[in-house]
Write a new protein. Sequence first.
Lengths: 286, 103, 123
Amino acid sequence: MSVRSQSRLALAALSALALSAVQPSSAADQPDPAADARAFRNYFTNKFPNVKLEDFVNGPYALNEDMRRQWEEKEQFPPYEFSLETGKELFAKPFKSGKTYADCFPHQGIGIRQNYPYFDEKEGKVITLELALNRCREANGETPISYTGEDMAALTAYMAFTSRGKPFDIKIPDDRRALQAYQNGKRYFYARRGQLNFSCATCHVQNPGQRMRAEVLAPALGILNALPIYRSEWGGMGTVSRRFTTCNSQIRGVPLEPQAEEYRDLEYYLSYVSNGLPVSGPGARP
Amino acid sequence: MASSIRVRAIANGETTDVQTLIQHPMDSGFVSDDKGEFIPAHFIQELIFEYDGRKVFVADWGTAVAKDPYVKFSFKGGNKGGELKVSWIDNKGATDTATVKIQ
Amino acid sequence: MTTPRSGSAFKQKDDKEAIKWLYGKTAEPSKVKLDAPEIAENGAVVPISVTTTLADVTSISFVVPENPNPLAAYYKLPPGTMPSVANRLKMAKTSNVIVIVEAGGKLYSATKEVKVTVGGCGG
């Protein structure tokens, strides 16, 4: 070998060593939710530089002027008004035990929606607001209500309303299982499924603002902040559970049971990466 | 349960601005149910607003008015504290009415 | 009646200019202002409103020609009621929306096309 090629080889070897020293070790798999949230937010603010951060919670209305005007007109006297009133009544109605929903929640259940879902360290699972409401019922001698039905939508509409404007404040405790739930949710979000082979990201990360058939796709950032929503398409109010299950059906996949572990973990992930954005629910959508 | 009628009437200088949202299916008769049968038309036919004993706005509606219908209009002469009466009748003969004070 | 300027009118590239050349004046802008979306976000709930500067308005109606029954709503305005109405209509498919304003015994109208992707009549 010539001197030149020898030194080239040495240089290459040195470079390789230097590079490997800079490469992270196998701890690269360690989840970093805070970094994820920053990157998630930056992706959307870079993609839509003219949209204010708080406005992302308004979904397609933040991205389409014609639709926004229709929404603003309807918000003058919103279609979810009746559901909201029903929710307030249901929330105050005593159970067979004599207690009410207020007894199951901190702050009497008022102004707490932005803290859900949370990771319950005793049980080792994610607790969503909908799950907490049904558990409250069962603890007080009542049968659980449908996660995709109108009553659950009305109750969560009322609770969201009492938190309107409050920034999402989802916590991930220093617990390996909480991190796993978060990662599980993240994985679900990015995994493809169904006959259409779409992931949540396919529509809501890659194509927000674009039309998919008749709908203008909402950005994933802040997408849960407006829930529950009155959809013109449904002619009524729908919960997070309803949206997740119908979304799965729409991409021709088999929906999971409402409040299945993957759905709760998905809600956990999506809510966490939208931390800081305000609660805008109950909302209205096409 | 409360009335199906929600009204906001606000005095604004010489005029009173009125917005109404009514809980009603406004079924057009063109939609079929899960069994494939048409859901019969069920809609508000007439909506009347009265102030001081006289009609200030009358709506004649067909099935093309949206579910949970909304309407907004303004009229001269309403006073703060004055009462606005709203009533409707649908094609099944059902009625509802509400009275609200102008804010 | 001779129209010596019509030759020049035909040569105009701008529509307003052409009319001015032909008539020596321009048409009055419509006194009826119809507000409706370009593309309805959902045909089941389309916010549509009208306002007008016309005097003595006694009624306002909305017509959607492509609906199974074109007449959608009819509003009677007694004296003292402002000539302005906002409502939410169903549209079966892309259609013109026509508003008819009855003022001083005459009918005036305005039209706007609203595109509908998801029909409001259960389609």
